[in-house]
Write a protein that binds this ligand. Sequence first.
Ligand code: ADP
Ligand code: TZD
Ligand code: MG
Length: 592
Amino acid sequence: MGTVEPQVSTARDVQQHPSMTADAQSQVTDGFHLVIDALKLNGIDTIFGLPGIPITDLTRMAQAAGMRVISFRHEQNAGYAASIAGFLTQKPGICLTVSAPGFLNGLTALANATTNCFPMILISGSSEREIVDLQQGDYEEMDQLAIAKPLCKAAFRVLHAEDIGVGIARAIRAAVSARPGGVYLDLPGKLFAQTLDVEAGRKSLIKVVDPAPRQIPAQDAVQRALELLKSAKRPLIVLGKGAAYAQADADILALVERTGIPYLPMSMAKGLLPDTHEQSAAAARSYVLPEADVVMLVGARLNWLLSHGKGKTWGGKGHKDWGGQKFIQIDISPQEADSNVRIDAPLVGDIGSCVSALLAGIGASWPKPPAEWLSAVAERKNKNIAKMAETLASNPVPMNFHSALAVVRDIIKASPDACLVNEGANALDFTRSIVDMYKPRKRLDVGTWGVMGIGMGFCVAAAVVSGQQVIAIEGDSAFGFSGMEVETICRYNLPVCVVVFNNNGIYRGTDVNPAGGPDVAPTVFVKGARYDKLMGAFGGVGVHATTPAELRSAMEEAIRSRKPTLINAVIDETAGTESGRITSLNPSAKKK
Ligand code: ADP
Ligand code: TZD
Ligand code: MG
């Protein structure tokens, strides 16, 4: 984070004030410039947004001041981009929108960021306060602050230019400290033209010191966790996306390897250790969850994605019964423990500090878990991997999820630095289980909500932030939520290869209208759609692939050329299952 000198407004970009002489103007700054200076002072160099009243000039001036301003076609995608930039960098991702409708479009992404613990700041311009508060019908009138509040971690409004520094500092701290999340910052249109003496403006800005302070765990809590771990006969470690976010990669690897405990990566923690690591129990998930006696959660919540820590998945008799496991939970949020089942050893602190405290206690002579446990896990795992290898080797016509993903799996193995963005139902679940990841924070997906629509926003941000190749594996439905952003990908010439797994619809393309009318079933799209043709409109490369060989050569060429590419991969429309792997979450009708 370098320091920056505040920008002095020039006659060109400051709102002309009739009573001011040219000399006086050169000594004032304004709301526009103070916002930009405050962001830059805090090392924020990128804005994801969409221009319009009252923030159009803010986007121009930010670009003039050397910031990267990535302009989207819909604010929700800009918001998802900002949120994943936050996840990747530990700095709040900035999404900038106009008032009411633009703000609301960004709000879904802000709420999703909060749910996923991604640091993000949604900055929205807003209409004139006096008119909004009297509900007198201003252009894009809405009480945005009130609406944002329940959906994010914190929400602030700045009314005076001299408070911009404080407003941005508070937003940054709220987004990244403790459990990260989404923050809303409301900037009424009038604020931007307010002027301030340059020197007073400079002094009003705050460079946030230690925005995400370490939180050191209590020594007795560390001891309690170690004792429980040591007593285990069948221990298991679960790594979640909090562990990926924490960027404590080397210590987490050391913790897993020095204890010798099998581990399960949650979806976005894949690659924290290479998925090919011999201690990975991912291929034996349905065996290790019910069998484990002590489970250490590292930045993973016992929410629906872990069946709430109970029920049949965990060996419980009924769907809400405890399976008998004891839990250690490492989390920065002290309120997380006991959310679903009893946590016997909560370890509250940041993951870096917690894991290094555990490592200090573990030393060099920690006993490995009992051999029976390790060999039982290995046996299950190897059996499942062999079974999967057989399925992947078959080459059915038409191509199915497995034969297509066998290609993607090879491509990622050959390009382990590539980011993999993934959404859909079957397109998501099969990719997660088939495509191995080799490096931390390379798999970016639908997260805690299982939200469709993150695709192109995540692709843009991952490419902008990392400079690496991005590969998106998208269900055809999932892709549709953000598909127009392929123009954005082409406009910025980003190295993004989008693969649409086209099975003619949501889950499958085979449903028929039960009433027999002319409308197709609600889950079915235009059959044989050519998503690849979208790319040609914007100068990107479009490829239609019907075989694994065609898919492979198109992906290899995309990576070689780094050109924006969209591959329409035709998938057997009968191959998917309802909701992918979470079929059981669908309520079933009592009346048939
Ligand atoms: P997953 O979906 O991968 O299981 P979750 O999003 O459910 O992961 O859980 C992530 C958890 O990580 C959250 O409870 C959050 O409080 C925690 N967390 C995030 N960042 C940190 C950090 N730096 N240190 C400790 N815990 C963290
Ligand atoms: N809307 C939003 C915002 N999020 C959602 N998760 C859904 C709707 C419901 N939904 C899913 O959970 S997956 C999915 C929808 C609409 C699309 C599945 O179809 P797909 O994938 O083509 O993307 P597959 O490969 O055909 O299963
Ligand atoms: Mg589909």
